[in-house]
Design a protein around this ligand. Structure first.
Ligand code: NAD
Length: 260
């Protein structure tokens, strides 16, 4: 499908589940060597096994993307294993604690920002030294919540982190163009994943009647949430030379949900 990806090296964060898992499988199918970077997680290890059992190449690293030391070590481990780095999918993310602003605890705000936004920065920071000689591509998973659609109360930290990721992707694209590293943000709408496991609505939030006038996850194109595999197709395209002139953009993949 995308022959230039064969034997190139990818790191996918949040690769144990949802969008990251689908992307890791897709990139491995294209012949990439894929490092699945996630918290120590059974689903991540099963995904590695799935790739290996179909003749693909995969390893895993334990990493909390909010931990500067572990992120640095993880990229060193990949460089040590495969000697190069061509593509990073900075995708790990959480909804985190959802609370009305006046009830949001600063430490809960910090955790969402640390995983989603600082985690993205750390992955790019530690990827660049391994990519700058040969160039490459970086894709950051933001959300339609980052710029187009603010889909409910309680999402202030999440939306701020997702908007920050888009701004960061644009600045990184400008700064890293001199190394021929492309950086793009993708903005999915509702996608069927396990993100609900990392979503903690507070009792205060549940008391508020939220005036949102569209059904959750409704998308004009399919009248249902999208599938992680549909996002994975876009990720593979952005990893490959098929998108060689695309950098500094935010790409919406939402079945027109953000236009409702
Ligand atoms: P998911 O929960 O299915 O997968 C997220 C993965 O990230 C999990 O494997 C989890 O272990 C990992 N992760 C969480 N915290 C981590 C940390 N600190 N360090 C390393 N890994 C960590 O969710 P998903 O929907 O696939 O989410 C992936 C990305 O997509 C997130 O950035 C999310 O904000 C974004 N997104 C999701 C949707 C949606 O509707 N599902 C929509 C827009 C954007």
């Amino acid at each position: 499908l995308l022959p230039d990806l064969k034997d190139k090296v990818a790191v996918v964060t949040g690769a144990g589940s949802g969008i990251g898992r689908a992307a890791a499988l897709m990139l491995a199918q294209q012949g990439m060597k894929v490092c699945l970077a996630d918290l120590k997680d059974e689903r991540r290890d099963q995904t590695v096994q799935e790739i290996l059992s179909t003749g693909g190449q995969a390893i895993s690293v334990d990493v909390d993307v909010a931990d500067p030391i572990r992120v640095a070590e993880a990229f060193e481990e990949v460089a040590h294993a495969w000697g190069r780095l061509d593509f990073v999918f900075a995708n790990a993310g959480i909804n985190g604690v959802l609370a009305p602003i006046e009830d949001m605890k600063p430490e809960d705000w910090d955790r969402t920002l640390s995983v989603n936004l600082k985690g993205t920065f750390l992955c790019v920071k530690h990827a660049v030294p391994h990519m700058k000689e040969q160039g490459g591509s970086i894709v950051i998973t933001s959300s339609i919540n980052g710029s187009r659609k603010f889909s409910g109360f309680g999402m202030s930290a999440y939306s701020a982190s997702k908007a920050g990721q888009v701004a960061f992707a644009k600045m990184a694209a400008l700064e890293l163009a001199r190394y021929k590293i492309r950086v793009n943000a993708i903005c999915p709408g509702s996608i069927k994943t396990n993100i609900g496991e990392n979503t903690q609505p507070t009792p205060e939030l549940q008391k508020i009647k939220i005036p949102v006038n569209y059904p959750e996850g409704s998308q004009p194109l399919e009248h249902a949430p999208g599938m992680p595999e549909q996002v994975a197709d876009l990720v593979a395209f952005l990893a490959s030379e098929a998108s060689s002139h695309i950098t500094g953009t935010e790409l919406f993949i939402d079945g027109a949900e953000s236009l409702l």
